[in-house]
Design a binder for this molecule. Sequence first.
Ligand code: CP
Ligand code: NVA
Length: 315
Amino acid sequence: MKHFLAIADLSSAEFNQILAVAKKLKAEWRARGNKPILKNKTLAMVFQKPSLRTRVSFDLAMLHLGGQALYLSPNEIGLGQRESVADVARVLARYVDGIMARVFAHAHVTELAEYSRVPVINGLSDREHPCQAMADVLTIIEHRGKLTGLKVVFLGDGNNVARSLMFACALGGAHFVCASPQGYALDDASVAQARAIAKKSGGSVELMVDSKAAARDADVLYADVWASMGQETEAAARAKVFPPYQVNAELVALAKPKAIVLHCLPAHRGMEITDDVMDGKHSVVFDQAENRMHAQKAIVAILLASSKSKGKSKK
Ligand code: CP
Ligand code: NVA
């Protein structure tokens, strides 16, 4: 694994390796703290959008492993505006051992990876949120003992979080269902790609419009915002069509009694998820938020332990 840009790019061995390392680093951190396996390693964190979890969890993941993260706010770099994406990649890679980037266009993370001689990690793009999906799966396995064979239902917009979760479920042999209003479903090409992966793992991928039918007998219900960052102008129009996809007590009642409720956060309480569900017994959203740190520790440990920013390179 040279970069971590999309769950769609991972082999099942890479996917399982990240989960195994995350589990180990989490247990180690809980017991006696992590070993400084990333001593003197540095991670640049480029943000084109706001963040709480991604920023803090990457920062602390690096700190706990003996390394250091450098936060670059949306106003600083001007990715693709003040300076070309390729030049930003070339310059940053001369200073640091890894680059994590939260961008609008997925093409920007792939371009960073193309021109960087150090690993690039996607901290959310319009296409995927792969770090989130690794934390999601870790959380599902912790609470339900496995991913294989579970019915994982995403309610709402067929967005970055839904797409990464779909690929993670496909790799892990889960039955993924995405219920979205007409016009907001996951794209056909991604679904076809995920189905091909699911065929090998014994999983499945299904798209639906009816949220109630989707939620029936679910093991996992997943909510995310109806309008993602960058879609603020569409928020009012979306608020009219998405209410049937709200994760509320009525919907949770259709799921299995042991079902868990996930949300990548930040949540708009009263919109895509109600207070009673978010704070109720099925919700594991704060374990999920914590798991961002553990999943990302695994990602930086795997990618950065052997990465070199120094020395000769064509890039
Ligand atoms: N879930 C998530 O990525 O949160 P932030 O936007 O706060 O980083
Ligand atoms: N789909 C959301 C996720 C936020 C973590 C967004 O892209 O804004």
